[in-house]
Design a protein around this ligand. Structure first.
Ligand code: GDP
Ligand code: ZN
Length: 321
């Protein structure tokens, strides 16, 4: 779109108060790149500075922020106001994420339910709805370890669908399940989470025609597996935005209180009002509804085992400080 046209559109959008609504899609070197609300895909973004008043108030505009902005004389803009945030992720720093796609491959690397639960704890703690994606489904039938893959698929379906998590199956290699996942993302600001090598970049490349995110083969060869200093950018996938870096890159329990852990397991959160004691940790308290449910098979044993394991891990961390 021509610059003048964009300018007219921004003016139009903000004619009530001279400010337009926009979304910060990138932040770099003190500049914020703002996409005016309702702008078409691939249209230009306005390069903005933030008003000095933010700094004074200790506020930092972040990628994902919905803002009010104005245009300045030189064709750039000014971020005037930050609208309230619905969620905040710290590493990577991106706000207003409202959907996490937790990716696990059926094999290569082998499905690790403990790691899956750890990711879920962090996602639940951030208050972001999660869906599961079982990637590399082509390896279920040929190549790879087919038996391992079949076990992975059946345990995820058995345990996690029952908890209410949606499960999507995809293969970037065979282009299957991609359209369904893309439709599910519609209207959201999403992050893809999951361990390295499960196929997150490949999935994004498959979802967004023309996108060429570096996949792991290349980055490993160049010895750049970790992108620690990279900036976050939102990718416009025609109806949704996706952060181009994996969410939840740090999985330590440093910011989580021991009393919060039960809340991050959805089935324990639902049952804990039935425990005899308020603040029950579901370990040895009498009249614990969670332990009763584990015994009756209503709560999956592996989920409870991981809960106990994380609890121990957290106690160890607290003891060290
Ligand atoms: P990321 O680290 O999660 O972003 O994973 P990548 O997208 O970089 O993929 C890691 C490796 O898995 C690469 O070698 C990909 O070619 C491979 N891979 C990704 N998706 C698929 C898939 O659907 N099927 C198969 N067989 N391999 C895949
Ligand atoms: Zn309990």
């Amino acid at each position: 779109m021509a610059k003048a046209q964009a300018k007219a559109k921004v003016k139009e959008a903000g004619k009530d108060n001279n400010y337009a609504n926009g979304l910060i899609v990138k932040a770099l070197s003190g500049y914020y790149y703002v996409r005016a609300e309702g702008e078409a895909r691939n249209s230009i973004t306005v390069q903005c500075r933030a008003r000095g008043v933010f700094k004074k108030r200790g506020l930092t505009p972040l990628v994902g922020d919905r803002v009010k902005f104005s245009l300045t004389e030189n064709g750039e803009g000014t971020v005037e106001e930050l609208l309230p945030r619905s969620s905040e992720l710290i590493r990577p720093a991106v706000v207003n994420v409202d959907l996490a796609i937790l990716v696990f491959s059926v094999t290569e690397p082998v499905l690790n339910l403990q790691l899956l639960d750890k990711f879920l704890v962090h996602i639940e703690h951030a208050g972001i709805p999660a869906i599961l994606c079982l990637s590399k489904q082509d390896l279920e039938n040929d190549g790879g370890d087919t038996e391992e893959a079949a076990i992975a698929v059946s345990s995820v379906n058995r345990i996690y669908r029952r908890l209410g998590y949606e499960v999507y199956g995809t293969s970037s290699r065979k282009s299957s399940g991609i359209q369904e996942l893309k439709e599910r993302l519609n209207g959201h600001l999403a992050v893809f989470a999951g361990q390295s090598g499960v196929g997150k970049s490949s999935l994004l490349n498959a979802i967004v025609p023309g996108l060429t995110l570096e996949t792991n083969e290349i980055s490993n060869r160049l010895g750049r597996g970790k992108h620690t200093t990279r900036h976050v950018e939102l990718i416009d996938i025609d109806g949704a935005y996706v952060a181009d870096t994996p969410g939840f890159s740090q999985l330590d329990f440093g910011e989580l209180g021991i009393e919060d852990l039960g809340y991050c397991f959805v089935e324990m959160r639902q049952l804990s009002p039935d425990c005899k004691f308020r603040g029950c940790t579901h370990v040895h308290e009498p009249g614990c509804a969670v332990r009763a449910a584990v015994e009756s098979g209503d709560i999956d044993q592996s989920r409870y085992d991981h809960y106990l394991l994380f609890l121990t891990e957290m106690k160890d961390i607290k003891r060290r400080y």
